[in-house]
Design a protein around this ligand. Structure first.
Ligand code: FAD
Ligand code: NAP
Length: 513
């Protein structure tokens, strides 16, 4: 993020896109863009970028880009899809940049060598049904570039398959993932209005089942997982006791197994059921998943919320927490499977959080599938866990703390070093202090950057000296994991100080966008 000039906020951009101004300089025409043409528009004052086959004139957006003009210029005159996916795949550019759309990339068909095409199609047909159907619908799109991309990235064929059967009242779909250690966090199911979407996460890949069901089913869905053998059952209740001749019509992408990053984010509408104060500016939002949704957000992962603000879809990430810090760590708290809790700071000039704060109990908001690159296994082998949080950077630490103290037997110490501006900004201070009293392994240290004169605790900003004072191994050879989250510069500086203090990259996990 870079500081933007006044008048260049996201809201200002939305206003400009609604002003009726011709942002592409093409007077509303859409054109086919050749690679040659695209490459000519590579300057700040004339900049086109291609994302997923669509070309945008981003010249007017330059000054509004939160990541700065230089970042945007990295993709000037080229296909910026990969760069975009690396940095912010979740930003809904289609909505944000719709007034900048120049047109589609012209596709250059490449002649396939004789005898090669049918062969490959048969092979692809076996393992990549959905995509192939698409290719055959638009044969002119089929070229060797597409094919080689498929073979090298998407087409990691794993023989996940599914089956279904029925009784008078039930439809049972069985997916054989052939993956050991399947668990509820890896299965996301949404069933609504005769549409069934099931996604299974297998490492960094996603298997999708997407079907327009043949007949109506009731809202509630049951998901059973046989963890050891990797079998997943989705059980639907028929609305009418009739015999189904088929399960339904498959969607595009049904029965495919592709990289998670290539699968679009899926959203479902969740109801706001409670909103409680945490501090003067931070609230705990409790959202209720629809009845037909099975979704668990894994420790260390976030979701995206989507709202339409002034006619434009805006998306922001948030990290689910627990409703409170459990003090009794005898057994893991049971997830009720229905509610998602979000601890969100409302900024007085914040575009998204102001809109969130205006939601009423009973209103709906779109919530995405979870994302994030934190692996729980990193804690499972740690003896010392150190958590460095700045402001709402505390949110990923909540589930992490809970997981560490309940499920990691080799952990000796867990220490949270929590940086805030003032005493009034400290989130869940009481709960943290109680937890420290209750569990000998846990210790919390509050550090304030703008304390009042009454503050007798530690004072300062994240620095090498503060970290060398508080970040220590309990034994010289103990295995340590340090997690850090907060404002981007806080996290970046923190990681650098830790490295300077001799901690290795493997010992540090930074939560970033
Ligand atoms: P914005 O409109 O973006 O503005 C926020 C504040 O910053 C305002 O005061 C604004 O004036 C100022 N500002 C914005 N941009 C600039 C700029 N370029 N230069 C100078 N000032 C600027 N937040 C939580 O509260 N809880 C969470 O659980 C949480 N989880 C997150 C998880 C991830 C992975 C990430 C990346 C972020 C998370 N956030 C979380 C932050 C959240 O996504 C939003 O960024 C935050 O809510 C602010 O949104 P907003 O639209 O209201 O504010
Ligand atoms: P804040 O109240 O503004 O700041 C919290 C503490 O961090 C304060 O002590 C503050 O000190 C310090 N700080 C702020 N900027 C700093 C900098 N440049 N260098 C050193 N210290 C700095 O924080 P917030 O408003 O709650 O914001 C939390 C941030 O965490 C947001 O940016 C959010 O996006 C991020 N977050 C990320 C994730 C994730 O998973 N990636 C999850 C949750 C939140 P001073 O301001 O006094 O200097």
């Amino acid at each position: 993020q870079v500081p933007l000039k006044p008048g260049r906020s996201l809201m200002d951009w939305i206003r400009l896109t609604k002003s009726g101004k011709d942002l592409t300089s093409l007077k509303g025409r859409l054109i086919e863009v050749t690679e040659d043409e695209l490459s000519k528009h590579n300057k700040k004052e004339d900049c086109w970028i291609c994302i997923r086959g669509f070309v945008y004139n981003v010249t007017p957006y330059m000054e509004y880009h939160p990541g700065g003009e230089d970042e945007l210029m990295k993709a000037a005159g080229t296909d910026g899809t990969d760069l975009f996916d690396q940095v912010h795949r979740w930003v809904n550019y289609e909505s944000m940049l719709k007034e900048c759309l120049v047109g589609r990339m012209a596709v250059k068909p490449v002649a396939a060598p004789k005898g090669f095409f049918p062969h490959v199609l048969v092979f692809l047909g076996r393992c990549y049904n959905g995509f192939l159907t698409e290719l055959l619908k638009e044969p002119e799109v089929f070229n060797l570039v597409v094919l080689s991309k498929l073979l090298t990235s998407n087409l990691v064929f794993k023989s996940t398959n599914y089956d279904w059967f029925q009784t008078d009242s039930l439809i049972t779909i069985v997916i054989y993932t052939k993956q050991k250690d399947m668990n509820a966090e890896l299965v996301i199911v949404d069933c609504q209005d005769k549409q069934l979407r099931g996604e299974i996460i297998l490492d960094d890949h996603s298997y999708l089942l997407g079907i327009d069901l043949d007949h109506a089913v009731s809202e509630d869905v049951t998901v059973n997982i046989a963890e050891k053998v990797g079998k997943v059952e989705i059980i639907l209740n028929k609305k009418d006791n009739i015999h189904w001749k088929m399960l339904g019509q498959p969607w595009e992408g049904h029965n495919t197994f592709i990289k998670c990053t290539d699968r679009g984010l899926f959203y479902r509408k969740c109801k706001l059921v409670a909103k409680t104060e945490v501090t003067h500016d931070t609230k705990l939002f409790c959202l209720m998943l629809p009845k037909g949704t099975h979704l668990r957000v894994p420790t260390g992962q976030h979701v995206y919320l989507k709202q339409v603000i002034a006619g434009t879809e805006v998306v922001k990430p948030y990290t689910p927490v627990l409703p409170f810090l459990p003090l009794d760590f005898q057994e893991p708290p049971r997830h009720d499977g229905v509610h998602i809790y979000l601890m969100i700071k409302i900024y007085s000039h914040g575009l998204f959080t102001q809109a969130l704060d205006h939601l009423q109990i009973g209103d709906y908001i779109s919530v995405s599938n979870p994302e994030g690159n934190f692996k729980k296994s990193k804690i499972q082998t740690s003896e010392d866990l150190l958590l460095l949080a700045g402001g709402t950077g505390f949110t990923p630490m909540v589930k992490l703390l809970n997981f560490a103290l309940t499920e990691v037997s080799c952990l000796r110490t867990v220490k949270l070093i929590f940086f805030n501006k003032t005493e009034g900004d400290i989130l869940w201070r009481n709960q943290l202090e109680q937890l420290a009293l209750k569990d000998q392994r846990f210790e919390v240290q509050f550090i304030l950057s703008q304390p009042s004169k009454d503050w007798v605790g530690k004072q300062g900003k994240i620095s090498s000296s503060l970290l060398s004072e508080f970040v220590k191994r309990s034994r010289n050879d103990s295995k340590v994991l340090i997690c850090i989250c907060g404002p981007a510069p806080f996290t970046e500086q923190g990681v650098q100080y830790l490295k300077d203090l001799g901690y290795s990259q493997e010992e540090i996990h930074a939560f970033t966008a």
